[in-house]
Design a protein around this ligand. Structure first.
Ligand code: NAD
Ligand code: TYD
Length: 342
């Protein structure tokens, strides 16, 4: 298969590219990535010399660029997106441009190029907060943030293209991913790297929110299962099926990180909550399990591995955190939050 992977220089996309090239010897991969603040060619260093791999820098919202990138490709996996909820609250426009307009531009170009499969990577956040039970794919969408609303817009357009034009597309709704190479603005890598530097760990509100932490390697095999075995026009949830108590509430995730690093809980800092903060997400991934998906990581083992990876790859995240882009964002997002909220 010749694959176009958009957003392949980001966190989950790069994991997917590395695992595809190592697991599927006959596949070729072209990555199309704009290299926004979150895109990083260092994430693709291990495959850069592979003759089956090609990189194109460009925007999925640019029709000429996507037309060129799609030439000769059989399938597309669209990871490209603006992905951070806090940034979507500060600057929503970029989310609409990439996650809605970009997704539509790519879907239209894929239709013209007659690809055989188009996988749209979406998020469980499109369901909105789920206070009990687990979302199934037929549940109504009720997104809360500009991020989740833009992702909902993108996947609805893709599904409309399936129905209207016969685009051979599938949608995957993923739970929160964690693991190596995650940009250090999301909870787990931010708290690990702050803890290593003895900096405060900002905990939004009471810290009792729940996420369905799913190791990035399991997330990537879930996408692979949908790409190769999924039924066109179907939607698949991907999320760690472990019992909820093993996945911990945010505050306990941060405590576990401090304990793994031998740091004091005095670094925990309750700060003013995120507006419209969803309390809980959980998906039922049985439909994906029925396709043959077998997640391998427990959260306990995965968190330990992730903490170790950040401790051993400080050059990777220090070059990001010391940069002006990250520092400007950090000051803007956290400066007004420092009042204790409890
Ligand atoms: P990320 O922020 O680490 O990477 C996003 C990548 O997309 C970057 O390489 C960036 O340069 C690229 N990009 C952004 N705008 C682009 C554009 N206009 N054109 C081309 N490339 C562009 O994201 P991630 O965490 O790896 O998420 C990947 C996908 O998975 C996203 O679609 C996201 O919505 C979805 N998702 C993520 C999570 C999670 O927990 N990280 C959970 C569920 C779903
Ligand atoms: P995040 O990693 O931003 O993912 P998402 O908002 O897409 O779920 O946040 C995960 C959880 O951690 C979420 O409940 C918000 C919370 N959080 C904090 O408490 N402090 C922080 O500094 C960040 C970034 C997140």
């Amino acid at each position: 298969m010749r694959l176009l992977v958009t957003g392949g220089a980001g966190f989950i996309g790069s994991e997917f590219v590395r695992s595809t090239l190592s697991e599927h010897a006959a596949d070729q991969v072209t990555v199309l990535d704009k290299l926004t603040y979150a895109g990083n060619l260092a994430n693709l260093e291990s495959v850069a010399g592979d003759t089956r791999f090609q990189f194109i820098q460009g925007d999925i919202a640019d029709p000429a660029v996507v037309e060129r990138a799609l030439r000769g490709c059989d399938a597309v996996v669209n990871f490209a997106a603006e992905t951070h909820v806090d940034r979507s609250i500060l600057e929503p426009d970029a989310f609409v441009k990439t996650d809605v307009v970009g997704t539509w531009t790519l879907a239209e170009a894929a239709r013209a190029a007659r690809v055989q499969r188009f996988v749209q990577v979406s998020t469980d956040e499109v369901y909105g907060a789920v206070l009990s039970g687990a979302s199934v794919e037929t549940d109504r969408l009720d997104p809360t943030s500009p991020y989740s609303a833009s992702k909902a817009g993108g996947e609805l357009l893709v599904m409309a293209a399936v129905k209207t034009y016969g685009l051979p597309a599938l949608v995957v709704r993923g739970a929160n991913a964690y693991g190596p190479y995650q940009y250090p603005e999301k909870l787990i890598p931010l708290h690990i790297t702050n803890a290593i530097d003895d900096q405060p760990l900002p905990v939004y509100g009471d810290g009792q929110q729940r996420r369905q932490w799913t190791h990035v390697a399991d997330f990537a095999t879930g996408i692979d299962a949908v790409l190769r075995n999924g039924v066109i026009g179907e939607i698949y949830n991907v999320g760690n099926p472990e019992p909820e108590d093993s996945l911990l509430v945010n505050l306990d995730v941060s405590r576990r990180i401090l304990s793994l690093l031998g740091k004091s809980e005095t670094l925990l800092q309750h700060v003013v909550d995120r507006p419209a903060h969803d309390r809980r997400y959980r998906v039922d991934a049985s439909k994906l399990v029925a396709l043959g998906w077998k997640p391998r990581w427990t959260f306990a083992d995965g968190l330990e591995q992730t903490v170790r990876w950040y401790a051993e790859h400080q050059e990777w995240w220090r070059s990001i955190k010391s940069g002006e882009t990250h520092q400007t964002y950090y000051a803007r997002n956290y400066a007004d939050r420092s009042a204790f909220a409890r």
